[in-house]
Design a protein around this ligand. Structure first.
Ligand code: NG6
Ligand code: CA
Length: 517
């Protein structure tokens, strides 16, 4: 697969440059296999949230341009049903369940990726790329004892990114500040930042004790420090001048991403652009308030769609569109009420954020991990729909194959032909993770081993996939996972258990769902 794709790309570039001298030809050929690469990564965007994936109540014209002008994958997966593990797998090519620390992290967690580990940006760095990350990080920082008033290290800059402009964890977690290349932006040394996830700082108001100071009400969790009227997870003191403006966050990250593109247009560059939407707290800029009729969750999806359009315009204006491979996907499936009263449930109407899939964020059912997944390269990739089984963990090996690197990792498969639309076959099997539990997808089947714990996560009202019996679903005939065939198809079940055990070792069954409160 690898060789074929490279030859194909090589031939195209040679034929384009047939009139050049041989040394020019060589340069052109090398450049042609090293396009700029952008990964646009959404936070909690569901399989059914885009009009190109079937939404009828929301219109996402800019995301749809990528879906309809590139490859729209119908079996594209995040590695996990939550954020940190998915991001870990995307960047390292390693399944998150291999790392016991790869779970939803607090803002004070140490850097989860080892500085000696191979990563997508590190691999691309080795191929001559400039690399940058803009947006949500949520993979830990420092060594576990960060002084936010000093240079923070290790950070993204120590795992392959030449440039980083990030929020440390999530929009609902402190510290609520931007960090550029390891330094808090706009930090006033006379107003130092302190962060603690266990205890409050004396005299500081909290969402729990001072509801009169909040403009957004917490539903579960999210009752610690209040920033911009929004109660968060974790306690923070100081850093007034450095605090972000929630309603301007989308514009802010967009501006940084656009200027990154403009200042790296000589290329090749890799930009990992990690949006904060539609994760909670949902804080659309006033320009988008009320636009979806669906409350803030719908409004921030429209805001994100607009950002995608503006970002694409920048690539076009800079003359980079034909030389930029764009991947668009999401870190996990959708959730409505994820801890704040924000009308996501009340104003949903007929919208189905997960489309026809069962479950949602946190779930081992399909909606947890099957996500919008598009690959777009103007003039190079033929518009098409692909049902190839692909996963974000495969970016490392596939982008290595594209750019001529031999770097790879334990779990990352080279699916370049599928990502280029040259083949419609992807992986044969894929291990999926949700809050520590795993399930195996193989061909058209998925097997979920028995797990203790409630079937429904009450706080978010999502079916998480637990059952005391084996579950086996045929996803071709039963995309909504209504018909458990474990009993009626014992041969298939046995085959799936054997395949699962071959990858996972023990069944790792009977664990409680420990992550959510
Ligand atoms: C959960 C939070 C949820 C969200 C999630 C992380 C509570 C009760 N719930 O613990 O609101 O922040 O973590 O989401 O605190 S993720 O997309 O980054 O994985
Ligand atoms: Ca997420």
């Amino acid at each position: 697969m690898h060789i074929k794709s490279k030859i194909l790309l090589g031939l195209t570039s040679v034929s384009l440059f047939w009139g050049c001298s041989s040394s020019e030809k060589e340069t052109a050929e090398t450049e042609a296999t090293k396009p700029n690469i952008v990964i646009i990564y959404m936070d909690d965007l569901g399989y059914g949230d885009l009009s190109s994936y079937g939404a009828t109540e929301l219109s996402t014209p800019n995301m749809d341009k990528l879906a309809n002008g590139g490859i729209r994958f119908t079996n594209g997966y995040a590695s996990s049903a939550t954020c940190t593990p998915s991001r870990y797998a995307l960047l390292t090519g390693v399944y998150p369940w291999r790392n016991a620390d790869a779970k939803i992290l607090p803002g004070t967690a140490p850097l989860l990726i080892s500085t000696s580990q191979m990563t997508v940006p590190k691999m691309l760095n080795g191929q001559g790329y400039e690399t940058g990350v803009v947006g949500k990080w949520h993979l830990g920082l420092g060594d576990g004892n960060v002084d936010w008033n000093q240079h923070i290290s290790p950070s993204p800059n120590e795992v392959g990114f030449d440039y980083s402009y990030i929020m440390a964890a999530t929009q609902d977690r402190v510290p609520t500040v931007y960090i550029e290349n390891g330094n808090v932006v706009n930090l006033d040394p006379n107003d130092p930042i302190e962060v603690d996830y266990d205890k409050n700082f004396e005299g500081e108001p909290t969402g729990k004790d001072n509801p009169e100071l909040t403009t957004m009400k917490w539903h579960h969790g999210h009752n610690n420090s209040i920033v911009n009227g929004i109660p968060r997870i974790g306690f923070m003191k100081g850093g007034e001048a450095a605090k972000w403006s929630d309603v301007d966050m989308a514009d802010h990250f967009l501006e940084i991403a656009q200027s990154y593109v403009k200042s790296h247009k000589e290329g090749p560059f890799f930009l990992y652009y990690a949006f904060q939407q539609p994760h909670v707290p949902r804080t659309p800029n006033p320009r988008f308030v009320g636009k979806s009729g669906m409350g803030p969750r719908g409004d921030v999806i429209l805001e994100a769609d607009w950002m995608v359009g503006e970002f694409m315009k920048t690539l076009e204006d800079e003359g980079l569109l034909e030389n930029t491979l764009i991947i668009f996907t999401s870190d996990n499936g959708p959730v409505l009420n994820d801890g704040y009263y924000d009308d996501a449930v009340e104003k949903l109407g007929n919208h189905t954020p997960a489309g026809a899939l069962r479950g949602g964020k946190y779930s081992l059912f399909e909606a947890g991990t099957r996500v919008p997944f598009m690959v777009y390269w103007k003039g190079r990739i033929q518009p098409q729909v692909s049902d190839a089984l692909v996963c974000q963990v495969d970016f490392l090996s596939s982008l290595a194959a594209l750019t001529g690197s031999t770097d790879t990792s334990e779990d990352s498969e080279n699916l370049l032909s599928a990502f280029m639309g040259e083949e419609k076959t992807g992986r044969s099997e894929l291990m999926l993770e949700a809050t520590g539990r795993t399930a195996l997808r193989k061909g058209e089947w998925i097997m979920i081993p028995p797990y203790n714990g409630g079937a429904v996560q009450q706080s978010v009202n999502i079916e998480v996939g637990n059952d005391k019996n084996y579950q086996l679903y045929n996803l071709t005939n039963d995309i909504g996972q209504a018909d458990n065939m474990a009993e009626s198809n014992p041969e298939k079940l046995e085959e799936m258990i054997a395949a699962y055990t071959a990858i996972r070792g023990d069944m790792n069954s009977n664990i409680e769902d420990v992550v959510l409160k």
